[in-house]
Ligand binder design. Sequence first.
Ligand SMILES: *Cc1c(COP(=O)(O)O)cnc(C)c1O
Length: 410
Amino acid sequence: MSDTPLLSQINPPHRLLMGPGPINADPRVLRAMSSQLIGQYDPVMTGYMNEVMELYRGVFRTRNRWTMLVDGTSRAGIEAILVSAIRPGDKVLVPVFGRFGHLLCEIARRCRAEVHTIEAPWGEVFSADQIEDAIKRVKPRLLLTVQGDTSTTMLQPLEHLGEICRRYGALFYTDATASLGGNALDADAWGLDAVSAGLQKCLGGPSGSSPVTLSEAMVAAVRARKCVEQGIRTDAHEDGDEEMIWSNYFDLGMVMDYWGPERLNHHTEATSMLFAARECARIMLEEGMDNLIARHELHGRAMLNGIQGMGLEAFGDIANKMNNVLGVVIPSGVPGEEVRRRLLEDFHIEIGTSFGPLAGKIWRIGTMGYNARKDCVLQTLTALEAVLNRLGFATTQGAAMQAAWDTYEG
Ligand SMILES: *Cc1c(COP(=O)(O)O)cnc(C)c1O
């Protein structure tokens, strides 16, 4: 007899996830995920893989052939691109304006890159000129950026950086995990060589799959790396002679050979996650990327107006804020964690805390994906105001709701 207690079937409470991610998945995505499995080389499955490539070209706004999924959370996509592109000794430039910029530096260092940074105070972003000056000085092989850094809620403008990178011969990457779908991103028009994302922010799915897209120049950089003999390759293969990529799982050359017509065995595609990613893209493209972004802008603005209407202060440079996440300064004397606990326990609403230099200073409230909705915004504002009042912080009664309604009806 085992001593392991018999546990009941998993049955998580119904929460409204209004933090910086993850958020509630669209029920359509959950339904897609509950579909039965099929074999990884079943023509139906490889057909789905091809469909996913085509769907995500629409999401990233690109014609890049190599638009696919890396299995794992968003960090898997980031790491796959960095380990596949960076050769030991390569210079990389990272404009750091929050936690995820530091993450890019850390991964690049693990790839033995020579990492150069410029830093902006948390709550601000860089001008294109500041980045160009640094590129001139450093002459990096890669510019590694974060588009929306959820740690600070700021959105780095990227539209002029591709042209600058072209002029100085740098490859241009961005981590769009937090921003894609909620803010404009035009991979081809902006000259991006690589973009990675995840499902659990504006895409309306669970974490666990990372859509990526790679330009021809990025593919050439990856293909220049030596490929290990896999014992399954029968054809002549054009992989180059630069140092081998140190990761097998994240070797994008091998991932491309699996997603491409060769269908060379690598990992087993995470089938249920692919079903999820496919449904996320279908939902987004059905709405239209422009409408989706406009919806995030509207509900983000309603939340901002509501918060300010309540007498709270928004964090950072509002002009460069992501549409989908808002930093709210915790008023002095208000116990930030107690507020979050009461929201969760009494209302089943989750909002985000912060870390690093902002720990204990701001809450982060998301309005994204499936939860970029009027009812979610109004419920969150009402609950937050009630909890603040309960804890003795006086607000202008009802003003938050009126300000949010004004946004919708104004
Ligand atoms: C949320 C977020 C991630 C998340 O990475 P996971 O591996 O999916 O947890 C990555 N980058 C940015 C900018 C994010 O905001």
